[in-house]
Design a protein around this ligand. Sequence first.
Ligand code: AMP
Ligand code: GLY
Length: 430
Amino acid sequence: MKILVVGNGGREHALLWKLRRDAPHAELFVTRANGGMADLATSLPLAPGEMQALAGWAEQNAVDLTVVGPEAPLAEGVADHFASHGLPVFGPTKAAAQIEASKAFAKGVMQRHGIPTAAFQVFEQVEPARAFVREFGRPVVVKASGLAAGKGVVVADDTEQALAAVEDMLSGAAFGPAGAQVVIEERMTGEELSVFALTDGENVVSMLPAQDHKRVGEGETGPNTGGMGAYAPVALATPELMARVEEEILRPTVAAMAAEGHPFRGLLYAGLMLTPEGPKVVEFNCRFGDPETQVVLPLLRSSLLDPMLAIARGESIAGTRLEWHPGAAATTVLASGGYPGDYTSGLPIRIPSDIETGGDVIVFHAGTKREDDGTLVTAGGRVLAVTALAPTVAEAAARSRAAAERIEFQGRHFRRDIGWREAERAGAHA
Ligand code: AMP
Ligand code: GLY
């Protein structure tokens, strides 16, 4: 079997790691392997955006399954390209990927189908948008509708800040075309939860819920990032809550997408807020989350490949049951000095050779590169995600932190409080 993974970050490293376990004899390929993927997969000199070339290569090489990691190529239609070559691909079509690529589209689907989410309106003109902010009278969140690499959201503390965000986005100054439409919505309160669901366009199989840490600083302070760490499972997400999430959110969303003519096949990621009125959707993503994948997949005991193949081939996943390892996982992201602002790349990284020997630590590479002389160097803002497994989230986080401390590169920084909410909950119940 030949499997191609598109993308080359920490999420894709975790996907390769899991696919290798599921299919020890498969030939794995990846677009422009990062510095940690060499043992797992053959690197192709093609970028995720080179859709024609990728589909051509996959056809020539009779690839059995292509798994697309990042949202950008999905939003550009990479899955449609593969499908038009008759190639099985795991990832939604361009039309279905709008659920992430256009927040205005996603909110419209939720509104039309009664899926719980914050009250909102969509605007393309500055003045009506500013008037809405003034009249709303309650705290709002202003979002660029298009893809903005997780940066297009302003959770406004006051009216002035909201008005400024509206102006910045709609003028095109902040996010270019991604800000041509803005969604202004009610500010919700509650804890957030990331839920991944495998779907064939009809059936939904949800995965272990996770939480991530988006802010750069300990105690959820400082600017937003792509994610500084994550953990799973989450005690708040009881079986009852998860049943409600499936019933009120996941199944209706998948049914809505099919009913509106763009069935969603692949991985639907629901970013939820657990509000006093119940779980509500903050956003949908059309792919696995990063770094949540680095904690969810190591806990998955049963095959990921089997349901992925079924979905990619247009088959049903009805009856699929995922099995999970007992215990917990936590991941700590090591970031470059300065991230999420400007940072330097090309700095040598030292990873002790015994770091993974216990079997309970996995170092997933994100922004790393192997130089011609074999030196591992930094090549991005988020450099590594150090995952650890243990009986509880607190123990997994401690193990992950201890391993992170042992990895060195100039200027590296990471949060030492991954999983603090879960630790507090456990403490409160002890
Ligand atoms: P998004 O890119 O839509 O996930 O938004 C990024 C982050 O902004 C979320 O993870 C939340 O922390 C926050 N956020 C987004 N929408 C809301 C909302 N309606 N109320 C409160 N916080 C929000
Ligand atoms: N961890 C957030 C995301 O992948 O969008």
